[in-house]
Design a binder for this molecule. Structure first.
Ligand SMILES: *Cc1c(COP(=O)(O)O)cnc(C)c1O
Length: 448
């Protein structure tokens, strides 16, 4: 048996897969918060290039990957699919566990799959500068790298708590040539207003998104880039699942369970959706999306129209949400601290195709450490959630010979402060109090 299954460069997929036309009962359109009518493409064109807007609304199943994007992907793609035999042995399970290793990208996560594509389409349409938000810093480093490679300027609003906890992500972004500020920042109206009320504000992705959007709206030649949630991001990430499907075929295996961690939903969706057509044709596959107990968007939130940011500048998306002013606690899986979930993932949960589960952070770090000791790679705190999900599946019945596949979304080499905290016994589990969720859900926009 081969430990790892690798594809040759010329076996890299040449198109992305768009799952939207295959979703039973489809997606609800994004709404303009001013008129409560479906948002017009012209309005979105103020901050996004046409190339990405076309993808956002596309009903085509296959969308070709531009040659220039494929060439950059070629630096680290195709990524390996690895059988976690040492983990299987440590667990004493008859299950086979495979993981798709997205941590081999230059910045250590799946994020550049979309960052490179987004920078490419913006550049093609003459945009000179990109603004964005970042939580844990993974998306900010991916976009900074892509912008640097394609000759664009980049401004990153980084959630305050991560800015202080993860100084090396900041150094990476600066190395790639980006300008990084802690959010809330004094650089925007939204940021100044929040700082005036709460000078010590920890920040949240929803605030950083408002700042990046305001930046794009108030600077010529600047567009906005979002690292998850939107349909075009899920589309770009589908390369993960398309490769994995080919690799599983080469291994002569078929997954019974497909698992990923969910922040905004892009790595899990990109990994899982290429198997949705098989599922609809009757294959028995379970899709398990794992989220933190402290930010339980799918398991305790509501499926409703909500804004993607605090200042309600984004179109209203029909998604599972905890409310746009939900303040997640400062857990270490910063990339999973978002109040909403991709409309694509939300619709697949609604159709009972994706099963959402929530897990506590301590059991995730424990899972991550077992993984590091057995398979060698230290996982990002976000990725630990997927590993925990895979361990739960593999140990429910140790004698059941099932095939489990999970997405290894990123390594944790720049998150070692989180591991230090865990090992020192300083981390705790947080379950979100129901009243707090109810209070933020009470502020959802009213849609007739
Ligand atoms: C950003 C990030 C996530 C969460 O984002 P999704 O859009 O849900 O994929 C998960 N893992 C890593 C390593 C990340 O950087």
């Amino acid at each position: 048996m081969n430990k790892k299954i690798i594809l040759r460069d010329d076996e890299m997929p040449t198109s992305w897969y768009n799952v939207v036309p295959d979703i039973p009962n489809g997606l609800q359109p994004p709404l303009d918060p001013e008129t409560m009518q479906p948002v017009s493409p012209e309005k979105l064109a103020a901050v996004f290039p046409m190339g990405l807007l076309e993808q956002e609304m596309s009903a085509e199943r296959l969308i070709p990957i531009p040659e220039e994007v494929r060439e950059i992907y070629g630096i680290w793609r195709p990524t390996p699919l690895v059988r976690a035999t040492n983990l299987e042995k440590a667990l004493g399970t008859k299950a086979k566990i495979f993981f798709k290793n997205e941590s081999v990208s230059p910045v250590g996560s799946h994020k550049p799959n979309s960052a490179v594509a987004q920078a490419y389409y913006n550049k093609r349409e003459g945009v000179k500068r990109l603004s964005t938000e970042t939580g844990a810093g993974q998306w900010g480093s991916a976009l900074s790298m892509a912008a640097g490679m394609l000759g664009l300027e980049c401004k990153v609003y980084m959630v305050r708590v991560s800015f202080d906890q993860k100084p090396y992500r900041k150094s990476m972004m600066k190395t790639y040539g980006a300008d990084v500020v802690a959010s809330p920042s004094p650089d925007t109206n939204v940021g100044r207003a929040i700082l005036e009320k709460d000078p010590g504000c920890n920040g949240a992705l929803g605030i950083a998104i408002s700042e990046a959007l305001e930046d794009a709206a108030t600077h010529d030649n600047t567009n906005y880039a979002l690292g998850s949630v939107l349909n075009h991001v899920v589309l770009h990430q589908s390369i993960i699942g398309l490769e994995a499907k080919k690799q599983m075929e080469i291994a002569g295996e078929y997954p019974d369970v497909i698992i990923g961690c969910c922040g905004g939903g892009s790595n899990f969706a990109g990994f899982a959706v290429p198997y949705v057509p098989d599922y609809l044709e009757g294959k028995k596959i379970r899709f398990v999306g794992v989220e933190p107990e402290s930010c339980p968007t799918m398991t305790a939130g509501r499926l409703a129209y909500d804004s993607g940011d605090v200042a309600m500048m984004t179109p209203l998306l029909y998604m599972y949400t905890l409310g746009h002013d939900f303040m997640p606690p400062g857990i270490h899986a910063g990339g999973l601290r978002y109040h909403g979930m991709a409309p694509i993932v939300s619709a697949l949960v609604r159709e009972n195709i994706i099963e959402p589960v929530s897990v506590h952070q301590l059991e995730c770090f424990e899972a991550g450490i077992l993984f590091a000791k057995t398979e060698g790679i230290i996982p990002a705190p976000e990725t630990c959630h997927a590993i925990r999900g895979a361990i739960v599946e593999a140990t429910r019945d140790l004698n059941e010979p099932k095939t489990i596949m999970f997405n290894f979304s990123g390594h944790g080499l720049i998150d070692m402060a989180a591991y230090d905290n865990y090992l020192a016994g300083n981390l705790h589990n947080y379950a979100m109090p129901e009243e707090e969720i109810a209070a933020s859900l009470a502020n959802l926009p009213t849609v007739k």
